[in-house]
Ligand binder design. Structure first.
Ligand code: GDP
Ligand code: MG
Length: 597
């Protein structure tokens, strides 16, 4: 145990976590030159393209230092706000954290929010200034920022480049010297903290854990304390580049277990594994059930694909426990599924995976958060509303509550005014304003989650010219004056476009939605009115003027192959279209409300 070091890397997106991890694996000979494809820790294609580590993993390295062999467990943490609970559990499995700060970008929102998590868990923090090879690096100034933030000495800030490998050897020495070995009781009943799980189609779900007390053995009967389920430990082992089977994993070490579990939902991040024979009295603190934060309907473009879509979503759910779904129907779109996501990024990932991995053509409806509604008749009875169309009739409605978040925004002081204006426009309440350094300000706002789901992040980026970062945590539910804004296309209400909007913004947003839809829906043979309504009251209207000529008309007399090409092109375009009454509506229109500005 005294030669084990468990650590994670915390960093803002793109500050070089994955690159540095690669370098550590290379220097410790955990991967050979040949095996080292770039960023081995990010193994999903999609993940690599998005440049973020979606799923946390763990990898074990061995390293000789002063004549002793050390076991270094690097626990990777996801880098996006949607996954902050998973980050917190990964951090809880460590004794130390490398705090990576890009020498050109300095401290950003995620640097801070992850740092707080690490401090809450009493981790030893090793500050690392990364990317010192960059010509635009600003090592002196950024070191000052780190010193201000942590209260450490400037000499404590290591200077490395994950790219060239400079300073990385020294970093390994520092990890061994500064990160304390795990503490735990090898004689106590087994308590292993699950910090991640991965679905393997051949072997079932692999759970990754850290043994906090006791020992986990192959062949043992184990119980997962939160779910209460019992399993046989078919295999345990440690994670190198590949899995290495072991007879047992002892106190303080990190490993995996395979126990015949078929679905990701059975393995809950934060749960405790104990022994059936000699169970622990209590689980490890900090377990939470992750709840979806954002909901949207997913519908097949072609109604015949409904069963295929169900099959595909079920498959995705096998390895993604945080995705929820249930069948729903829409007057406009027919049969589909109401899916729950951790956040907008998660939604985008699922939509893309459905399209790429399952070749599905889907329409995603306007996302919304989860509301609580209370009726006049039963003002104490909470009704969960995951779809605006489920909102009880407004005349009998007592109140509606919506989720609030605590947001931390870090920006250059020059942009504070604009960022504040944006947050206030989004119904935010300023709670605090901290000058982290002379030029860098942290704003703490309480905001309705729904306002953040809609185009908040893009606008923040644009008003701050990219110099603002953002992180949030759920707070509570608060009563708000929300109304349901419906959209009618050619006089038909399209339920999939309905949204709950704060009464003060309803007119403005209704108007913008009509304008946006007018832009997105192609002109057809007849005039198409687009209306926004609250109940029976029309609040905005636009008209898409009829096309004057048949599109193929200009081909008359021309050669037939040109006409065929045009028709084929139209057909391909239609694949992404959905028929609403007599009107063809492109897939993009359903997400239009997200990009109104
Ligand atoms: P992550 O999002 O924190 O995992 O960051 P990545 O490791 O994916 O790196 C983000 C970008 O920064 C990539 O384009 C890397 O090639 C680049 N990068 C990472 N480390 C360094 C470094 O030390 N020097 C330079 N010049 N670029 C780096
Ligand atoms: Mg990465």
């Amino acid at each position: 145990m005294k030669n084990i070091r468990n650590f994670c890397i915390i960093a803002h997106i793109d500050h070089g976590k994955s690159t540095l991890a690669d370098r550590l694996l290379q220097i410790t000979n955990t991967v050979t030159e040949r095996e080292l494809q770039n960023q081995v820790l990010d193994d999903m294609d999609l993940e690599r393209e998005k440049g973020i580590t979606i799923k946390s993993h763990a990898i074990q390295m061995e390293y000789e230092h002063n004549g002793e062999t050390y076991v270094l467990n690097l626990i990777d943490t996801p880098g996006h706000v949607d996954f902050s609970y998973e980050v917190s559990r990964s951090i809880a499995a460590c004794e130390g954290a490398l705090l990576i700060v890009d020498a050109a970008q300095s401290i950003q929102a995620q640097t801070i929010s992850n740092l707080y998590l690490a401090l809450e868990n009493d981790l030893e923090i090793i500050p690392v200034l990364n990317k010192i090879d960059l010509p635009s690096a600003n090592p002196e100034e950024v070191t000052d920022d780190i010193v201000d933030l942590l209260g450490c000495d400037p000499e404590d800030v290591l200077r490395v480049s994950g790219k060239t490998g400079e300073g990385v050897e020294q970093l390994l020495h520092t990890i061994i010297e500064k990160v304390p070995p795990p503490v735990g009781d090898p004689e106590a009943p087994l308590q292993a903290l699950i910090f991640d799980s991965v679905y393997n189609p051949f072997r079932g779900v692999e759970a990754y854990f850290k043994v906090v007390n006791g020992e986990i053995k192959k062949g043992q009967e184990v119980q997962f304390m939160a779910t209460g389920k019992k399993y046989h430990a078919d295999e345990v082992g440690t994670l190198k580049l590949k899995q290495v089977e072991k007879k047992s994993i002892k106190t303080g070490d990190v490993g995996y277990i395979i126990s015949g579990i078929k679905e990701a939902v059975e393995v809950k991040v934060g749960d405790t594994i104990t022994s059936v024979e000699n169970p622990a009295i209590s689980p490890i603190d900090g377990f939470e059930e992750v709840k979806p934060m954002v909901f949207a309907g997913i519908y097949p473009v072609d109604t015949e694909d409904y069963e295929d879509l169900r099959f595909s979503i079920e498959k995705l759910r096998l390895n993604d426990a945080s995705l929820t779904f249930e069948p729903e129907s829409s007057a406009a779109l027919g049969f589909g599924f109401r899916c729950g996501f951790l956040g907008m990024l998660h939604l985008e990932i699922i939509q893309e995976r459905l399209e790429r991995e399952f070749d599905m053509n889907v329409i995603t409806t306007v996302p919304n958060v989860s509301y609580y509604a209370y009726t006049e008749k039963h003002p104490d009875k909470r009704i969960l509303v995951n779809n605006p169309s489920e909102l009880p009739d407004p005349s009998g409605l007592n109140r509606v509550e919506e989720p609030y978040i605590k947001a931390s925004i870090i920006t250059k002081s020059d942009f504070v005014g604009q960022v504040m204006n944006l947050c206030i426009e989004k119904r935010g309440i300023l709670k605090n304003q901290n000058y982290l350094t002379q030029h860098r300000v942290e704003l703490i706002f309480e905001l309705p989650l729904a306002e953040v789901v809609f185009d908040f992040y893009d606008r923040l980026k644009s008003i701050s010219k990219g110099y603002a970062s953002f992180d949030y945590h759920p707070l509570d539910m608060r009563a708000s004056k929300l109304v349901k804004v419906d959209i009618l296309i050619n006089a038909e209400p399209v339920d999939a476009l309905s949204a709950l909007i704060h009464v003060d913004n309803a007119y403005g947003i209704g108007k913008k939605m009509c304008e946006k839809l007018k832009e997105l829906i192609p002109r057809q043979q007849f005039d198409i009115p687009i209306q926004a309504a609250i109940g029976a009251k029309i609040i905005a209207r636009e008209t898409i003027k009829a096309l004057r000529k048949d599109v193929t008309a200009k081909c008359y007399g021309g050669d037939i192959s040109r006409k065929r090409k045009l028709l084929e092109k139209q057909k391909a375009g239609k694949k992404k279209m959905r028929q609403i009454g007599r009107v063809e509506v492109p897939q993009s229109a359903f997400l239009a409300v997200l990009k109104l500005n």
